[in-house]
Design a protein around this ligand. Structure first.
Ligand code: SAM
Length: 326
């Protein structure tokens, strides 16, 4: 849908279902959940045979955690009424159940993510073929997803995992030192056949050395600060409001320096999602909305729709955009 800033149409078309991510016990309809990974061991990773090359810049990993925000005691089991369209600030993000979200989406490598990885890793390798070193990378709204950061790993001295939810920051901090086994499936998909990545023998040690978990809000994101960036399933999955989707998308690109490469992923026509029984908002956007929004701030390389239906109900595929900041 490409309606401007009108929320009225959203209200009419926003039943309760999920965004990407989610554990998908939909309050309104039966779960279509994907079985958790059978193969993925939960502790640190598969054997790393060769020594990893030393990283050039290894800033300390620090989590600027504070106490979680107050979370309403009862679970929010469904979407708001049609008269209430929650914006980002209306949501109890500190109640986000990290483990549930992780298990549902990243407990094993799904076909959708494999396709997204091909697009994103090729894009980053292409723009870094000249061995241009990028000091600072950012993944906005990292959640419980390490693969955007892994896709930037060979090219960036430091990766900021920028996240609003206390639960997700705590989860990310633990995963950096003790990554779940399923991340090896993602790394294999990222690195296979790509020289820049194949050179790295100990990707999770390198990520641990280069990444910081940082508390932050996309709506207050520092501009012109990062040399490459990712934002996966965030700007359309943190609000029901189209104006906030647009602001968050533009602020993400705005956080990058001129010509910095980026990749962003979006749920297509999402109507909201449920994680561990709690409803989270989304706004229903499609590839035209993404293009229109990005065109103002970015040189777009590619916008692709990735086929996806089975993660849950209430969405029609995923969208991947790659480009550089104008
Ligand atoms: C649907 S999840 C996507 C997580 C992850 N990027 C992925 O690929 O699965 C949305 C994420 O955005 C975070 N978030 C919500 N509001 C935010 C804000 N204002 N600024 C930054 N992150 C936010 C949530 O805590 C959550 O981790």
């Amino acid at each position: 849908m490409s309606d401007p800033d009108s929320n009225a149409s959203l209200a009419a078309t926003a039943p309760a279902t999920a965004a990407r991510a989610t554990v998908i016990k939909d309050a309104a309809s039966p779960s279509k959940s994907i079985p958790p990974s059978k193969a993925a061991p939960q502790s640190k990773a598969a054997p790393q045979s060769k020594a990893a090359p030393p990283s050039k810049t290894v800033p300390p990993s620090k989590d600027t955690r504070t106490q979680p925000e107050a979370v309403p005691p009862s679970k929010d089991m469904g979407p708001p009424s049609k008269d209430v369209l929650p914006g980002n600030a209306d949501v109890a993000w500190d109640a986000f159940d990290s483990e549930e979200y992780f298990q549902h989406n990243y407990g094993q490598l799904l076909r959708e993510d494999r396709e997204i990885i091909q697009i994103v890793a090729d894009h980053f390798q292409r723009y870094n073929a000249g061995k241009q070193w990028r000091d600072k990378a950012i993944d906005v709204g990292a959640g419980t997803n390490l693969y955007p950061a892994l896709a930037m790993l060979p090219f960036a001295g430091h990766v900021t995992l920028f996240e609003r939810a206390f639960t997700n920051r705590t989860w990310l901090t633990k995963q950096l030192s003790n990554p779940a086994g399923s991340w090896w499936q993602f790394w294999e998909a990222i690195s296979s056949g790509r020289e820049a990545y194949e050179k790295i023998n100990k990707p999770f040690d390198m990520l641990d050395g280069r990444a910081s978990v940082v508390k932050g809000n996309v709506f207050a994101l520092e501009q012109n600060a990062y040399d490459m960036g990712t934002m996966f399933f965030v700007s359309e999955s943190i609000t029901t409001r189209l104006d906030e989707f647009r602001r968050a998308t533009k602020l993400f690109v705005g956080s990058l320096t001129t010509r910095a490469p980026f990749a962003a992923a979006f749920m297509r026509n999402s109507s909201g999602y449920v994680v561990a029984g709690r409803w989270f908002p989304a706004c229903s956007i499609d590839e035209n909305d993404v293009r229109k929004c990005l065109a103002e701030v970015a040189l777009i390389d590619d916008i692709q729709v990735v086929d996806s239906h089975d993660l849950r109900e209430g969405y029609r595929g995923m969208i991947v955009a790659t480009g550089r900041k104008k």
